[in-house]
Design a protein around this ligand. Sequence first.
Ligand code: NAP
Length: 511
Amino acid sequence: MKVPTRLVLKSDKLKEVALAGEVPVFPYFGGGEFRTDGGLFDVRSPIDQNVIARVIRPTREKALGVLERVYSVGRRAIRDTPGEERVDIFEKTADAIEDAREDFVNILMLNAGKTRKAAEGEVQAAIDRLRLAKLDVRRVYGDYVPGDWSRDTIETEAIVKREPLGVVAAILPFNYPLFDAVNKIVYSAIAGNAVIVKPASSDPLPALALSKLLIDSGFPPEAIAVLPLGGRDVGQLISDRRIAAISFTGSTETGLEVIKEAGIKQYVMELGGGDPAIVLEDADVGQAAQKIVTGITSYSGQRCDSVKFVLAEQGVYEDLKSAIVEGLSKVKVGDPREPETDMGPLIDTETADEVISAARDATSKGGMVLFGGEKVNELGPNYIRPTLIEVDASRLPTLYLYNKEVFASIAVIVKVSDLDQAIALSNGRRYGLDAAIFGHDVAKIRRAARLLEVGAVYVNDYPKHGIAYYPFGGMKDSGIGREGIGYTIEYVTAYKSIIYNYRGAGVWDYL
Ligand code: NAP
């Protein structure tokens, strides 16, 4: 008998955020305080579609009022908080998440459908990211530029410094509702920017809870807002000239709408992906298969860096195929709250339906379902079996799965004649987020790393962005810019040159 989902908050701090009701009611955070002046919307669990919370959504006008407060007060407040204090605030926030860890794990299991292990992983990643804010700071530095290398600038000099842009709008996807909020807030605010967070409507609770911990840790209250607006209501906000930069993570289609709506701004765009894993003839097949299975099934394939294509050379193809199918058959699909579950539900039923139609599309083009390709109806409408489809290399480019990212645990396996065919098939997609390559031939691996049109290449591992310790981000339709500790500072700041003229003042004695 399935236990219905129900959110019960345990930590005192988070209990202070939610208003008591039939289910907890979360106000939005804006203008320095939690506010209740808006309409309510239901937050459902993908486990059983139960309403686990309600969230107050501001009107567009109220959201613009919040923006004015963030712009006029918060923008200065964060800039005038010394850098050392900002690092300290993030340390304290990390401590506060540790204290409320069980609540965050529970929220991620119930609201995002994560297994306990995945939820614990995300909470730890958020804590680690906050503590590593100290590694971002060195990238906030600028340059001293002497003027004497040009006749035009002799006896002058400049400091070229990085300045915060002002207000960053951080638009979150549903799949890392806590970590993405933390990451975008840390790199924006370490560089001196105020942040307006727009969480995904399906799981806004972690970002709302986080805002409470940030404020209690000393973050200037006007310099942060969490506005649970609907995606369609964001246009007016992000097109406003008081928003200087947008850090967006989500699908390529939505990303394009965001750029069209927002116009001339600075952007970090982490968009759609779905990665190829190339397996060379000299690979350790057992190791490659095991890592690929994890890459396909982890968080039910709802990761931008999830493995969606396995491109294997002939010599290892049959063994690899059998080992992956065997690995997938051991993946337990179930209620993510149960300890033995490896793969929980998808965030919505539409995506589960899309898996079935993508599998049908592949079979209509000569593909063969080797595993899965079906829903697990007894668990609910959002559950699918991990799916592997075999298809001929010549037909791969015609597949729906090749041309559109399906955000679920579904992958295609293809026999390739050589490495160059694998590279051509990988580069033929409009996406270019990451790629994995398994094998030992150094020259082949180096060639692949050189030619693959992606933002990151993982050698003998499946792609995983983790806590952004190494920078990641897409080429082509997968995005603009990079997220990575230190690296994103570049996208949320602008250079300002301050030029000092000492001509004739006797500072230099040039001959
Ligand atoms: P999504 O549907 O594109 O939504 C992302 C965010 O955009 C949500 O907050 C959504 O709000 C908002 N939104 C929707 N329409 C909008 C509009 N017209 N203007 C401004 N914002 C709008 O993506 P998702 O399903 O949440 O996330 C999965 C996608 O994210 C996948 O494509 C995945 O590959 C990508 N992703 C990429 C990376 C990376 O590093 N490249 C990392 C993680 C995820 P509502 O929820 O209210 O609709």
